[in-house]
Ligand binder design. Structure first.
Ligand code: G3H
Ligand code: 13P
Ligand code: ZN
Length: 309
């Protein structure tokens, strides 16, 4: 099976009231953990690569790891650029075989965001590549871009029709209160479902994307803290809120931090418990297994996409 696009995935997810998990990949163990979980749960999956991941692991290595995952799982897998920040980066990923790209113009003015996004769509669509745009700014840190909680902006629903019509995007990331990283909420965790519902009303049957959707699973934060880490106050999006969003217009839910936490927790634990070990396979095996268990949990209990491949 070749890499697939998100078009069919999103159509079925919208109709079925579930969402596809978009998990960030940076190395072999992460690709394996995610795709082994998807295979066991018979789930369609989006593997996404940030500019930082591409710099770290190299485009060719990532492509080949994902190709290997398709051979091993025979699953519908989409390869997506996460937070593309320029036309050139999107073009390079499209030319290099990705089946979907995000152009994140959310830091630009509405007019400039439309212009940049439309340029990417015009290049992508004749090559059968889908494009995700973003309206509204999430708090948190991605690569070079830091957005403080005070500067995070909810998506303005009155802008979405014009944005989608003028750009031709295939899906839209919106800001309703989620944020990137492991410290998402100081007080009560709250999502603006009123905004999501208004966007859904204005864009019927249109796939919506939620970034910053890790739950920051307390069991892994606890292990990190127990074995020398310092992550007090880490807090994520409650899973029941994500499930509620997945049943609505949200068709793609982005998860990265939960995988980082699981991997780091198991590496810390393993090295602390076996200080004489210097064989990376011995600490990467439980780390990969933890990623797999986290992804299985998300597929079944958060996204509801198990059995949908
Ligand atoms: O939203 C950002 C993702 O978590 C990727 O993070 O840019 O550090 O690879 P990164
Ligand atoms: P988290 O940091 O919540 O995992 O979000 C990841 C993300 O949105 C990637 O684009
Ligand atoms: Zn994101």
């Amino acid at each position: 099976m070749p890499l697939v696009s998100t078009k069919e995935m999103f159509k079925k997810a919208y109709a079925g009231g579930y969402a596809i998990g978009a998990f960030n990949v940076n190395n072999m163990e992460i690709v394996q953990g995610i795709t082994e979980a998807a295979k066991e749960e018979k789930a369609p999956i989006i593997l996404q690569v940030s500019a930082g991941a591409r710099k770290y692991a190299n485009h060719t290595y990532l492509m080949k790891l994902v190709e290997a995952a398709i051979i091993e799982t025979n699953l519908p897998i989409c390869l997506h650029l996460d937070h593309g920040d320029s036309f050139e980066l999107c073009k390079s990923c499209i030319d290099g075989g990705f089946t979907s790209v995000m152009i994140d113009g959310s830091h630009l003015s509405f007019k400039d965001n439309i212009e940049l996004t439309r340029k990417v769509v015009e290049y992508a669509h004749p090559r059968n590549v889908m494009v995700e745009g973003e309206l509204g700014k999430l708090a948190g840190v991605e690569d070079e871009v830091k957005v403080s909680a005070e500067n995070a902006l909810y998506t303005d629903p009155s802008e979405v029709e014009e944005f989608v019509t003028k750009t031709g995007v295939d899906s839209l990331a919106i800001a309703i209160g989620t944020s990137h990283g492991a410290y998402k909420f100081k007080g009560e965790a709250k999502l603006r479902f009123d905004i999501l519902e208004e966007v859904e009303r204005r864009l019927p049957s249109f796939p919506i994307v939620l970034h910053g959707s890790s739950s920051v699973m307390p069991e892994y934060v606890e292990i990190i803290n127990k074995f020398g880490g310092q992550m007090s106050g880490a807090k994520g999006v409650p899973e029941e809120l994500l499930r509620k969003a997945a049943a609505k217009a949200v068709c793609k839910i982005n998860i990265d931090s939960d995988l980082r936490l699981a991997m780091t927790a198991m590496i810390r634990k393993n090295l602390a418990e076996d200080p004489a070990n210097f064989d990376p396979r011995k600490y990467l095996t439980p780390a990969r297994e933890a990623i797999k268990q986290v992804v299985r949990h998300k597929l079944v209990h958060v996204l509801g996409c198990n059995g949908k491949a």
